[in-house]
Write a protein that binds this ligand. Structure first.
Ligand code: ADP
Length: 481
């Protein structure tokens, strides 16, 4: 891109299609923004001139400026429906803008010259101030197109000089006359106008360059992220197939169907199975993260009974709880509540919260699962009395690959992906996930999901508040972490 900039000379960026497109877009956006402000200023100037000078000439000039604004409006409407790829239209729009500029500048200058001609002498304060204001306005709002700005300013410049020379031609004053002073002052103002137009235009060009760099960088970042996602997806898929076969073989060997397994080998096989499960979890989590990032995680929404969902999730995690000696209690509302959700994904979220609660609990600790509702949302909380989370970790707890203790010495296994995936799943259900925690005392992770009101409507009034059930001991199943 910088190559392109070097190729197109500084003031001819309009020849480069990318710059031209951006310039037209910026011009149109600004023109739409300042059109009424410009018309308002010109109306005030016309009313003033109409009161002190010839009102007919003023009206004709005002109509001329109005006409050029109508043309500008039409051009902006055309630009709005322009397919930016069609550069022929871009060139036509440029020509249109140039023609409008000439019409508008010539009309404004005619108006100003008419005022100057009607003044016998005295420095032509009013027309010069009008002209100065028009030039300043153009400098501020036309700096996207240096060519157009130069066109307008040259017409204004000629008018400046004409007004400045008007009295010199009329009165042939001596060099000490204030008429010459006026002329030199006009030269100074002209220099000043050219200087600030160059600065505005330079600023605009720098902005365009920055915009290009940002676009290029974001394009590169997008490509890099796509390559990364593709890489993760390929590696994970390639790992999953051999892993399934390794796990299958280990399970077969462990089952004793291939012959009796000696005690020493059992221990080694046990370690291999455990590590196989860890690897499988990592691969599955990576695939989920990649699916979420690519927006490819699909959800099969159905009406779900919250109590059933919670019971099922606890059941599938109790094996892990029992292995760690964790006592699980559930407090469910007496009446049923319903949500719209993807069953297996929500069980996955619950499994993550439960397995975290178990593995970060102290040995023989307790975990309580509770379902409550405010009538619009259901809250499922998982409370443990374990390690707790320091406040300093709050910002990163839901980020991917984030673990409070990520050192090699940590006792608890994990990928640091579970909560990140859980958050994305819950948010895709229009819900929220959060936690409260006290370091060393325990944590409560909870998800809140909107209730499906079909279910709520079926409830008799007053039955929406949950009633607590007595704690229950849970049966064994397999846990994940
Ligand atoms: P993983 O458990 O696989 O490391 P998660 O994303 O599920 O990944 O959790 C991220 C981190 O959040 C954990 O490593 C742990 O530091 C912290 N964490 C999550 N749940 C709890 C909990 N109940 N008690 C204490 N720390 C927790």
């Amino acid at each position: 891109m910088s190559g392109l900039n070097a190729f197109w000379p500084k003031w001819f960026t309009w020849m480069d299609p990318l710059s031209r497109t951006q310039q037209i877009k910026d011009y149109v956006a600004l023109a739409n923004k300042v059109r009424w402000q410009r018309q308002g200023s010109f109306l005030v100037a016309a009313v003033l001139a109409g009161c002190y000078f010839n009102p007919v000439i003023t009206l004709v000039c005002y109509l001329g400026v109005f006409f050029s604004d109508v043309l500008d409006l039409l051009m902006c409407a055309k630009a709005a429906s322009w397919d930016v790829k069609n550069q022929k239209v871009a060139v036509r729009l440029m020509i249109w803008i140039a023609v409008n500029t000439v019409i508008s500048a010539v009309t404004i200058c005619t108006f100003i010259i008419c005022i100057a001609l009607q003044q016998p002498s005295g420095g032509h304060f009013t027309p010069l101030i009008f002209l100065f204001s028009a030039s300043l306005f153009a400098t501020m709002y036309n700096s996207q197109m240096m060519g157009i700005l130069l066109l307008r300013l040259s017409i204004y410049g000629v008018t400046f000089l004409f007004i400045a020379f008007l009295d010199v031609l009329r009165y042939h004053p001596s060099l000490s006359s204030p008429i010459w002073l006026n002329l030199f002052t006009v030269f100074f103002v002209l220099y000043f106008m050219i200087d600030i137009s160059l600065k505005f235009s330079q600023n605009y060009k720098e902005q365009l360059d920055r915009l290009r760099i940002i676009k290029e960088e974001s394009e590169k970042a997008k490509i890099a992220s796509e390559i990364k996602s593709q890489f993760i997806s390929t590696v994970s898929h390639e790992l999953r197939t051999p892993l399934t076969s390794i796990k299958g073989s280990l399970d077969l060997a462990n089952s004793g169907l291939l012959g009796e397994v000696p005690e020493k080998l059992k221990r080694v096989l046990g370690i291999a199975v455990k590590n196989g499960q860890r690897l499988e979890k990592l691969v599955n989590d990576l695939l989920d993260v990649q699916k979420i990032e690519a927006g490819k995680m699909e959800f099969q929404l159905e009406r779900l009974n919250v109590n059933e969902l919670v019971k099922e999730s606890i059941e599938s995690a109790t094996g892990y709880a029992e292995k760690l000696g964790i006592h699980v209690t559930t407090i469910l509302p007496a009446r049923e509540m319903f949500i719209q959700g993807d069953h297996s994904r929500l069980v996955q979220v619950m499994n993550n919260l439960l397995s975290n609660a178990f593995k970060f609990s102290n040995e023989n600790g307790s975990v309580q699962v509770r379902v409550t509702s405010d009538g619009d949302h259901v809250r499922i909380s998982v409370q443990d009395e374990g390690l707790g989370i320091p406040e300093s970790a709050r910002d990163r707890i839901f980020r991917s690959f984030s673990q409070v203790d990520s050192s090699d010495r940590r006792k608890v296994e994990g990928t640091g992906l579970g909560l990140n995936i859980a958050k994305q799943i819950v948010e895709r259900h229009a819900g929220t996930i959060d936690y409260t925690s006290e370091h060393g005392v325990g944590s409560t992770f909870y998800i809140e999901l909107p209730l499906s009101h079909v279910g709520i409507a079926e409830l008799p009034p007053g039955d929406r508040a949950p009633r607590e059930l007595p704690p229950s001991r849970n049966r064994a199943a397999n846990g994940t972490g």
